[in-house]
Design a protein around this ligand. Sequence first.
Ligand code: TMP
Length: 210
Amino acid sequence: MIQHAPFIVIEGLEGAGKTTALSYIKAWLEAQKIEYIQTREPGGTPMAEQLRDLVKAIRENETVTPEAELLIMYASRIQLIENVIKPAQQKGIWVVGDRHDLSSRAYQGGGRGIADELIEPIRQAVLKGFEPDLTFYLDIPPEIGLSRARARGELDRIELEQMDFFSKTRAKYLEIANADDKIKIIDAQQTPTEVGQQIQNLLSEHFQHL
Ligand code: TMP
C-alpha cells in the first residue's frame, strides 16, 4: 500500500511529443477512474507562472547567467511542490507532471554545463529527497525534435539555443535515465500510438498493486 498518491512525470526535448504522451497517461488514469491533476514546470502556481515568463523571455540587453536560470527553475519547482503537488498527493489525488527536476539536471547541467558540485547541493537543499514515483523520458534526436517544435511556431529563449546545447542536454538525459530504474526511456521516434501503448503498459506494470 503506498502512503501518498503517485507523481508521474513526462520529460524530453522540445518536439519529443510530450503532449501526446500526456494524453495517453491521462487516458490510462481515466480508464481506472483515478482522480488526478496535471502540472507543468516551470510554472503551476501564480508565482511559478511569473517565473516561467521571466525565464522564457527573450532579452536583448542582458545575458541570463546559467546560475540565475538554475535558481529560477528551483524557486518555481519548490513553490509547485509545496503548494500543489504535496497537498494533492496527501488527498489521494495523483499528479501528472509536464517536466520536473530531471529537466534542470539535463538542461542546466548538460546543456548549460553547470557542474554537479553546484546542482547537487541545491537539489538536495531545496527538494529534500522529494522525487517522482515514475518518469518517462521521451528520447529524440534534437534535430528532429527541434524541427517539429519550430514548425509549431515562435520559439522562446531556451528553444533558440544552438544544436550543441540540445545534444548536450540529450546526452545528460540519457546518462541520468540509464542509471535510474524509476526513469523509463521511451523511443520517441515510434508512432504516437506505439509511444502511448508502451507508456500505458509500463504504467500497468509499475502500478499493478493498485
Ligand atoms: P516547455 O515546458 O514549454 O517545454 O518549456 C520549458 C522550457 O524550459 C524548455 O525549453 C525546457 C526548459 N527547462 C529548463 O531548462 N530547466 C528546467 O528545470 C525546466 C523545468 C524547463
